[in-house]
Design a protein around this ligand. Structure first.
Ligand code: SAM
Ligand code: SF4
Length: 328
């Protein structure tokens, strides 16, 4: 459905857990308080929400977290959502550590594509960023997903002085394999506020100097706001999600659902519409009635979408949770 600014909202990002097997400092800093398990939506609740979301005009779903693959049963959930009439796409965002283990099951359940986060190719830097020694597992997951012909996007967040010198080697992953490599600007959410971000435009310029024939790629690559470029000889494209330096709110097509059942109209603001309590209060109602009521909540969340985020004026940001708690 259209929101109040004429944008077609057809994409829902669902966080299925706020737990994670990595500890990326900008997303899940030390001392963070996670939601008690009884506050986390059950898969049955998520499935009901997806059915209602389709009625409200959502056709594309992204499963995220936390790390979605640490929650048992994730592939089956993908299958359940994928089989709802009206759903055109179910994709997953993962850190890749467990992807090798679940890849076949995910694909058997109809997963359409995967985004794998990888900020560095260097084992020591990986350990520094994530607190874990799993770089090789992530690389192997990428290799396997490509081999099995699942569309792959690699998400990279660069930080000054930590991994920003790796822009070229990370971009070259798209030379070796048919994957899109996307540079995501660090957003001032949670601990991300304290990290020194790298401008996507700076990386684009450096790549242009190195590959003067790099050209904008206008073909459709997915649901997101990334702007893509093609480099001759590269099998995949290079994308930029410049949330700070290239505001794309006029094209925003999404709402978010947190693991504890809150619809978030915009990443930047704390405002949300709770759906969990309403579903639990309706335990004795029919499925049709529950879906009808959830749909109303989704419509309300869409209508509450603000025109713009306010990342450029930090004092206006009202979201004070960490990305792992929201679902990036
Ligand atoms: N665990 C999964 C993963 O790492 O892909 C899914 C959840 S994670 C929150 C999704 C994406 O959000 C990751 O690519 C991560 O790098 C990104 N992210 C986390 N905090 C961010 C921030 N402050 N700004 C920009 N991207 C961020
Ligand atoms: Fe976990 Fe993903 Fe956040 Fe890293 S970015 S801590 S892998 S949720």
């Amino acid at each position: 459905m259209k929101d109040n600014y004429g944008r077609n909202i057809d994409y829902l990002r669902i966080s299925i857990t706020d737990r994670c097997n990595l500890r990326c400092g900008y997303c899940m800093p030390k001392g963070i308080r996670l939601a008690p398990m009884h506050d986390i939506l059950t898969y049955e609740e998520i499935e009901l929400i997806c059915k209602a979301a389709v009625k409200a005009g959502i056709t594309k779903f992204k499963i995220t977290g936390g790390e979605p693959l640490v929650r048992l049963g994730c592939p089956e959930l993908v299958g359940k959502i994928r089989s709802i009439p009206g759903v055109s796409q179910v994709t997953l965002t993962t850190n890749g550590v467990l992807l090798g283990k679940y890849l076949d099951e995910l694909m058997e359940n109809g997963l359409d594509a995967v985004n794998i986060s990888l900020d560095t190719l260097d084992r020591e830097t990986f350990r520094k960023i994530t607190g874990c020694d799993d770089a090789d597992k992530v690389k192997e997951s990428i290799r396997l997903a490509v081999e099995k012909k699942l569309p792959v996007k690699i998400n990279t967040v660069l930080q000054k002085g930590i991994n920003d010198h790796e822009w070229e080697s990370l971009a070259e992953l798209a030379k070796e394999a048919p994957v899109d490599v996307r540079f995501i600007e660090m957003m001032p959410i949670g601990y991300g506020k304290q990290c020194e971000m790298v401008s996507g435009d700076d990386i684009r310029q450096k790549l242009k100097e190195l590959f003067p024939n790099m050209e904008e790629d206008h073909s459709v690559h997915g649901n997101g706001p990334a702007i893509y470029y093609k480099i001759p000889g590269f099998r995949g494209s290079i994308g930029f999600i410049n949330a700070i330096h290239g505001k794309f709110c006029d094209q925003c097509n999404r709402i978010r659902l947190t693991a504890s059942g809150e619809f978030k109209p915009c990443l930047c603001y704390g405002e949300h519409v709770d759906v969990k309590q309403m579903i639990r209060d309706m335990a004795d109602e029919s499925e049709e009635e529950k879906i009808a009521q959830i749909e109303k909540i989704i419509v309300e969340a869409i209508q509450r979408k603000p025109q713009n985020h306010c990342f450029e004026s930090r004092e206006e940001i009202t979201e004070d949770r960490q990305m792992v708690q929201i679902g990036g």
